[in-house]
Write a protein that binds this ligand. Structure first.
Ligand code: CUA
Length: 336
């Protein structure tokens, strides 16, 4: 091959590769990285993208060069020479993809194995999914239960996930993994958060009318802040045997992700504003306490006009907790 065509091919290839690289690097394709597992997954992603850019550059170079160099003249109706088979070429174009795909396979297997490997001092969290809310329990830490997932930074976390009804799927984009939550079995997910911050927890399996509102937050805290939070929660749960705090029941269930309640500082807009409960009870024609109790245990019995049915799940709380919650909501709304 003469030098002229090689230089032309190389020039086009470099330009095409540079353009593709710019598109890959300078557009925000992916959410920020907030877990070690996600970091490794991204490494595989960029490895594959690099291979794609290389192949793209070669294909574009050969194609553009051929279009210009071998274009037929306007009055040229002749056929090209009949070419049939080229064993050398066929071996090359089989061997190169084989090597690349095998490399991707080995790289992915290593990343999967390392992502699944639990670190030392694992924090177990039980995750319960139901239409349409998440709840999280720390079984080895006083069975603290919360509607917001709180995790310490840098510690290996194992989620044990169960569904009360249909198939849901747990996803925090910044953590980089999805795992189905399937009724009847316990699925697990391993996360090692490596960035402090607040990230969305999203249900990513269509699970019913309220699927799009089945969201909460994962708050990654410093280790000391997490320990302090856990301690304060353990205390709150421990003393609840004597008298259950309605505020704690509200906080430990996902009420606040959908409802506004000034007293609890929540601003959810999916469901009705709980500061207007008195007004709603009047519209429903029921005494306030009975109305609240019914709305928690059988939400579809009365649905506030303007809000869809079947979005709020029924909450079967122990009687003590239900009574405390009803009392708390009745008091808070009369202040509001
Ligand atoms: Cu749960 Cu979608």
């Amino acid at each position: 091959m003469r030098r002229g065509p090689l230089v032309a091919l190389l020039g086009i290839g470099v330009l095409a590769g540079a353009a593709a690289t710019a598109v890959a690097l300078f557009l925000p394709w992916l959410p920020p990285v907030a877990s070690k597992e996600r970091g490794r997954i991204d490494l595989v992603f960029w490895f594959v993208v690099s291979i794609c850019i290389l192949i793209f550059a070669i294909v574009v170079a050969v194609m553009l060069y051929s279009i210009v160099r071998f274009r037929a003249a306007p009055d040229d109706d002749s056929d090209g020479p009949p070419i049939h088979g080229h064993t050398g070429l066929e071996i090359v174009w089989t061997l190169i993809p084989t090597v690349l795909v095998t490399a991707i396979g080995i790289f992915s297997a290593i990343v999967l194995a390392r992502d699944d490997a639990l670190g030392k001092n694992v924090l177990d969290v039980n995750v319960t999914a139901q239409q349409f809310a998440w709840s999280f329990q720390y079984p080895n830490d006083g069975k603290v239960t919360t509607g917001t997932l709180r995790l310490p930074v840098g510690r290996s976390v194992q989620l044990h996930m169960q569904s009360k009804d249909v198939i849901h799927s747990f996803w925090v984009p910044e953590f980089g993994q999805k795992q189905d939550v399937v009724p009847g079995i316990v699925t697990t997910l391993h996360i090692t958060p490596d960035k402090v911050g607040t990230f969305p927890v999203i249900c990513t399996e269509l699970c019913g009318l309220g699927h799009s509102v089945m969201r909460t937050e994962a708050i990654v805290m410093s280790r000391s802040a997490f320990d302090a939070w856990l301690k304060s929660q353990t205390k709150a749960t421990g003393s609840s045997n004597a008298s259950v705090s309605g505020a704690a029941v509200f906080k430990n269930n996902p009420c606040g992700s959908c409802h506004t309640l000034k007293a609890a500082g929540t601003t959810g807009k999916v469901g009705p504003d709980l500061d207007k409960l008195q007004q709603y009870a009047k519209a429903a024609g029921k005494p306030l306490a009975a109305f609240i109790s019914q709305s928690v245990t059988d939400p579809n019995a009365y649905v506030q006009p303007g809000y869809p049915k079947n979005v709020m799940p029924p909450f079967n709380l122990p009687k003590q907790q239900l009574d405390a919650l009803v009392q708390y909501l009745a008091q808070s709304s009369s202040k509001g």
